[in-house]
Design a protein around this ligand. Structure first.
Ligand code: MN9
Length: 302
């Protein structure tokens, strides 16, 4: 479709932990197989869905290394290296590049926040500079970071100051701002609000990065296919089904419920790490019943 690095659906992967809370690299192979089988084009590793900021730097490094080995040749890999410590973020960026990541990404620092757009861009440039050959994506997710800089302005400044700047993972509903980024037509724009993906496509998204593509990729791929065919009525109908499935996730609290949905597709990523709380057995049963009543089996990954 385009020469852009990332297109189609990129899954923001969950990270597997053992019952004792330690990192578990074992499910990564089967997880990658599931994604490839269901038409996912890439993985965004250790982002917010992957609880990256709840992991140690060492854990993130071994996780990236394993994912890079597994994804090689079949999935594009974006390593999320954002960290409140610029030193750790740089170390993660250099390590991800050495491990063979196709790209790196960061959220901005989110406790001591940049006061100006220039401060944010300088911070991003410092991290991107640790992997000078690797495309860099900014991860815009204001609901989590509280960083509400205008992304079109960010893009203009980032293109001047970050030689590897490749695009934005845009997780927000502000479609005017998203479209303003697309209109600049110079970078790779990925939409990150799965429940309104069709609107992101209309605004010109090259692809999408999201959590629900781990387990519901087929329905979203159908939305994209119908949209690309120009059949908007079909796309809207499919999108309603996709959106309703995301509503179930949201009704069960997001994050950890998604891990349960992936488990229902055969990939057990274990518990979530504090401060996130895994679903109780009763909630897992209730979620399963709700998904069955919805007919999720027809739209999920197999
Ligand atoms: O950026 C994800 N955002 C969060 C990606 O996890 C906060 C999305 O994929 C959402 O999980 C999804 C459901 O709200 O759109």
């Amino acid at each position: 479709m385009t020469s852009k690095l990332l297109t189609g659906l990129v899954a923001a992967t969950y990270t597997a932990f053992n019952a004792d809370g330690s990192l578990n690299l074992d499910p990564i192979g089967a997880h990658a197989d599931l994604l490839v089988r269901n038409g996912v084009t890439g993985v965004f590793v250790c982002g917010s869905t992957g609880e990256g900021v709840s992991m140690t730097t060492e854990e993130r490094m071994s996780h990236f290394k394993r994912w890079c080995e597994v994804a090689k040749g079949s999935l594009k890999l974006i390593a999320h290296v954002g960290h409140n410590s610029i030193g750790d973020a740089r170390a993660l960026a250099a390590h991800a590049a050495k491990s063979g990541a196709d790209a790196i990404a960061t959220v901005g620092p989110s406790v001591l926040r940049p006061a100006t757009l220039a401060d944010l861009v300088d911070w991003c440039a410092a991290v991107a500079g640790a992997a000078p050959e690797t495309p860099y994506y900014y991860y815009h997710i204001p609901v989590l970071t509280q960083l509400r800089f205008n992304m079109a302005q960010f893009m203009d400044m980032a293109r001047e100051r970050i030689p590897t700047f490749a695009g934005i993972k845009f997780t927000d509903e502000n479609l005017m701002e998203f479209a303003n980024c697309v209109a600049r037509n110079q970078t790779n724009m990925l939409f990150g609000r799965d429940e309104v993906l069709l609107s992101g496509l209309v605004a010109g998204a090259d692809g999408a990065i999201g959590s629900t593509f781990n387990y519901s990729a087929p329905i979203f791929n159908k939305v994209i296919a119908a949209y690309e065919k120009g059949d908007m009525a079909a796309a809207q109908k499919l999108m309603t089904r996709a959106r309703d499935s995301v509503q179930i996730l949201l009704d069960f609290g997001g994050g950890p419920a998604g891990k349960t949905m992936l488990k229902l597709c055969g990939i057990d990523c274990g518990p979530s790490r504090l401060p996130l709380r895994s679903l109780s057995l009763e909630r897992v049963d209730a979620l399963r019943a709700r998904l069955e009543a919805f007919g999720w089996d027809d739209i999920r990954c197999h």
